[in-house]
Every structure is written in C-alpha cells, then in structure tokens.
Design a protein around this ligand. Sequence first.
Ligand code: PBG
Ligand code: ZN
Length: 320
Amino acid sequence: MKRFRRLRTTEQMRSFVRETTVSVEDLIYPLFVAEGTDKKDPVPSMPGIYQFSLDRLEEEVSKVVDAGIPAVLLFGIPEHKDEVGSEAYNENGITQRAIRQIKTAHPELLVIADVCLCEYTSHGHCGLICDGHILNDETLPLLAKAAVTLATAGADIIAPSDMMDGRVAAIRAALDEAGFELVPILSYAAKFASAYYGPFRDAAGSAPQFGDRKSYQMDPANGKEAMREIEADLEEGADMIIVKPALAYGDIAARARERFDVPFIAYNVSGEYSMVKAAAENGWIDERRIVLENLTSMKRAGADRIITYHALDVARWLSE
Ligand code: PBG
Ligand code: ZN
C-alpha cells in the first residue's frame, strides 16, 4: 500500500517535506498616501488599512521596515482631480513627494510606484476620455510622463496598471530618454476587469463616474488572452509581471509560471482582503490560517512575490 501518511506524522516531518513556503521576503505592502495633514483615515471597507497624510506616513513605513518587508507599492490620492489627471504627472504631486520622503528616510526599502490616471481623473477612468470612450494612444504620453516624474522622485520600480495597449513600450522609451534606463518596469500584464477591486476604489476614491473598465481591463473568462497580454508586455520591455486578482485566478498564475521565466508577482487585491476580514470579524473563519492558506496557494501556483494588504499581519504571524 502507498502510505502517504508516513510523511505527515509530525510537524517536523511535514515541515521537512513541505514544497511551498511563504516568508516575509515575499511580501509587498500597498500604501495609500493622501494630501492634507495629521491624517490616518480608516478605509471603511478594508479594516486595518488607512489613508495617510505625509506627516503621518512614517508611522506606517517604519512598521513595514521593522517587519522586514522588502517593498511597498504606493498609491497617491490627490486633492485636485481633473479631466486629464494632471496630478499624476505633477513633479510635486502627492505620490512624488511621498516617494521622496520614503526614499530619504529608508533608502533600502524598495518603492514601487503604481502608474495610472484613475486616482487623478475627475471621471475616474484610467485613460483620457472623448465622447464617453476611453482613448488609448492619447493616454500613452501622459502615462509616460507620470512614470518619468515617479522615477525622478526616486521610485525603484515603475508599475503601470492602466491596461492601455502599448503603454509598456511608451513608458520604457520615456524612461530611457530621461536617463532611467536602469529603472525596471513591473507590468500589471494580466489585469482583469474584476469586482474584487471595489474596496480599493473606496480607498483610492477612483471609482469610474460612468460605465466600467471592461473596454480596457481583461474579461475574467479569458485565460489564453492573458498569455498574449503577458507576452506582448515582455516584448515591449517589461522586466517583471503581475497577475491580478490572485485568488480566483490561480490557473492564470500557474500558466504564466509555466510559460514565462521572469519575476512574477500575484496581487492579492482589496476585495479578497475585505472578504477575509469581514468573515474573520464575524468569527466565521480563522483569519490567520485562511490568510496563510491563500498566500500559500499563490506561491504554489508559481508567484515569486505577493502584493497583499495582509503583509504587516503576516510578517507578525511569521515571526511569532
Ligand atoms: C489602478 C489600480 C487599481 C488597483 C490597482 N491599481 C484599481 C482598478 O483598476 O480599478 C486595484 C487594487 C486592489 O483592488 O487592491 N488602476
Ligand atoms: Zn487605473
């Protein structure tokens, strides 16, 4: 008889044959930075997550550094929004200032800058609008400009999340032109039009004011197309890729891992976080075990690293 149970007898034995582990080095923590002072505003749909003003940001960043988390992903929330997302490419915009401040205090912490327009546009879409359509090619120079200002501020990694076609090439060219040929691009290569981003849009105030994102983000039904998206971004010059969301998209992660030998990051998105938090607060699930099981599934599917709002909690659990 095959006795699989031989290798399951004790924790020492199970640990000895364990194929997948989650460690603090795997984690990337998203941060929301808002204009204003003395702000640590809770995001109602994401318990434990806050919008920080610059003068209180260090409270959170020092926790990240002390926990040994190697990287943060920054999202800026501007006071002023307009049709063309001007604050996204303002050299002194909220995100650019946050990056300068973090890199000055913690040069060793990797700062990943999300590049998109939706937090900065009055209409909440990721690109420019004309007659209710989201323009592609006209949006590219603005994304490229945003990327250059973020790199100038000191961002270590540029992460475009807009899903316009051709943006990686446009951003690569602009970065090179500006002397940032060594700043890598982490592309949200396969990003699906997902209901799981709902809580994030509360956190970032970036919900579209009309329509939805289905004309630029991917149809959740399409796995083969995700491979073509990733392939195209790598051809355009992406150095690393993201698949997003993570939990319901393990098949996409596994296929991406098989096909592409580049650093690959899963994004455990806001809705995935909120569902776990809500159930845990009701006492319906064991939060710690559920979170570690979810993150383990992402690593097992092939992710090298995970962007997760649980990062600070996980770092604490792993060190206990
Ligand atoms: C901006 C952006 C979004 C997320 C990351 N970057 C929102 C969206 O596309 O609507 C989602 C993150 C999350 O849900 O945690 N384009
Ligand atoms: Zn966007």
